[in-house]
Design a protein around this ligand. Structure first.
Ligand SMILES: Cc1cc2nc3c(=O)[nH]c(=O)nc-3n(C[C@H](O)[C@H](O)[C@H](O)COP(=O)(O)OP(=O)(O)OC[C@H]3O[C@@H](n4cnc5c(N)ncnc54)[C@H](O)[C@@H]3O)c2cc1C
Length: 436
């Protein structure tokens, strides 16, 4: 981390306090950048389901703030939390055939080196991150409704009538980002999230219930069940007291305004009846049959416009099929905190150059994650072109994709962004000199 010297002459307004907004805020505060957070909800909150963070974002955490990694590591569940399963410590998921002659057999043991599978309960992670944020900079019940750039800054307006002003704004307001709408009015319709062609059912089950549903081994070891046109996923959370479960099915259409709609057990049986003993065991034990439509973000042309930038799901919400969305928000937060915290970034004009460096480095990778995450659903549903249900090809393709996702040099991302930013700063200084 470059150390801050000159006092920063700009304030950053962060809109949205999810994992993206809070990790960015922590990283900026650590680098002496002035921050205010505006969150729509009455408190920082996440629904209590599980979250798995891959090795690249795990490596980025201490670079944002070592306390983030300490918090995460203090909350994680690993396979070693189940006595007798320590040998799966480096396993990410076991991939298991749901149907066919080999139903129930392991297709492959997917490793995630060196950390193995690490999972947290979302609400626990968010609660702990909140401790890094001084209460006086967090404003709740502030849903952004309008944003306008002026000659000297950005004006923000919230649904309770309150207004605020900042030198620069970062929209961390999730997949339905308002900041993005104001930032890219000309791409308006194209920036809206779209149905990805899949819906799912989600639940957290007690470990005892899970063992009843699928047996001890499958309950305790994180599992992906692959089948034609559908897949299932489960992983232990909360020190293996509970298990996060998701079942997903490819369905072309979603005819509902809402993204979650009530459904019945019969709907679940219809969607997964053919998916073999384990998935059917889950179906019978999952309490809430609501259907969750899976939306994703179309690629947009930029993550920044002048004094405004977007980060996390606001910029590149992906489907969950690679377990990488929050990890991408964390990688974003690392790069942006490093650039805005650079000692050469003192005024808002230089912060704008930092946004450009961030956009150029983070947009290609995070948009590729949106694409590969969707392809991963096809892989898990045994219908990816050129792979299908060929065991050897599945093994090879899973490995290759995860290598790309996880082996990135996170520090190099920030350094590349820094070079672009410094070039921008130097170009604009040359322009000013030539005008004078
Ligand atoms: C089923 C499912 C499973 C997933 N599993 C994983 C996983 O295992 N691993 C992983 O890495 N990722 C996973 N993801 C993706 C991950 O959840 C997201 O990528 C991540 O939560 C994005 O964080 P964020 O901070 O960008 O946005 P969000 O978490 O959406 O936070 C946005 C915040 O902004 C606030 N807000 C919204 N609008 C406004 C407004 N107008 N004004 C002010 N505040 C506003 C919201 O209240 C919220 O607090 C999964 C996603 C889904 C759908």
């Amino acid at each position: 981390m470059a150390s801050a010297t000159a006092e920063k002459q700009f304030t950053v307004a962060i809109v949205g306090g999810g994992i993206g907004g809070l990790t960015l805020a922590a990283g900026l505060l650590r680098r002496n950048v002035r921050v205010q957070i505006y969150e729509a909800a009455a408190a920082f909150k996440e629904v209590g389901l599980g979250l798995t963070i891959g090795p690249a974002a795990h490596r980025a955490m201490p670079l944002i703030d070592p306390k983030i990694r300490e918090i995460y590591d203090s909350l994680i569940t690993t396979h070693a939390d189940s006595p007798g399963y320590e040998r799966f410590r480096q396993t990410w998921f076991e991939v298991v055939w749901a149907t066919g002659d080999q139903a129930g057999d392991v297709l492959m043991d997917l490793k995630a080196l060196p950390s193995g599978q690490t999972t947290v309960r979302r609400a626990d992670f968010l609660d702990a991150l909140v401790a890094l944020i001084p209460p006086e900079i967090a404003h709740f019940g502030k849903r952004l409704v309008h944003l306008a750039e002026t000659a000297t800054g950005v004006d923000l307006e919230f649904d309770d009538g309150m207004t605020a002003n900042a030198d620069v704004v970062v929209g961390c307001d999730g997949i339905r980002s308002k900041v993005k709408e104001f930032m890219l009015p000309e791409e308006c319709g194209d920036t809206l999230p779209r149905y990805s062609g899949m819906y799912g059912y989600r639940a957290v089950l007690d470990m005892d219930t899970m063992i009843e549903a699928v047996g001890e081994h499958r309950a305790r070891v994180s599992t992906m069940y692959v089948g034609k046109g559908a897949y299932g996923i489960s992983y232990p959370i909360m020190r293996a007291q509970k298990v996060n479960v998701g079942l997903y099915t490819l369905q072309d259409r979603w005819d509902n305004e809402e993204w979650v709609r009530p459904a019945s057990k019969e709907d679940m049986r219809r969607d997964f009846g053919y998916m073999g003993e384990h998935v059917n065991g889950l179906v019978e034990h999952m309490p809430d049959p609501s259907q969750w439509a899976i939306f994703e973000h179309p690629h947009i042309s930029t993550y920044t416009q002048s004094r405004v930038a977007i980060l996390g799901d606001a910029a590149h919400a992906s489907t969950p099929h690679q377990g990488a969305g929050a990890g991408q928000a964390i990688e974003d937060a690392h790069v942006l905190a490093e650039l805005l915290g650079d000692p050469r970034v003192v005024h808002a004009e230089q912060a704008i150059a930092a946004f450009k460096g961030y956009d150029e480095v983070r947009r290609p990778r995070s948009q590729r994650v949106v694409t590969t995450s969707k392809e991963n659903a096809f892989l898990l549903c045994l219908c990816l072109d050129g792979v299908g249900d060929d065991a050897e090809k599945l093994q090879k393709t899973f490995q290759e994709r995860l290598r790309w996702l996880w082996d990135v040099d996170v520090e190099d991302q920030a350094e590349r962004g820094r070079r672009i930013m410094l070039q921008e700063i130097s170009d604009s200084e040359t322009k000013v000199e030539s005008v004078l």
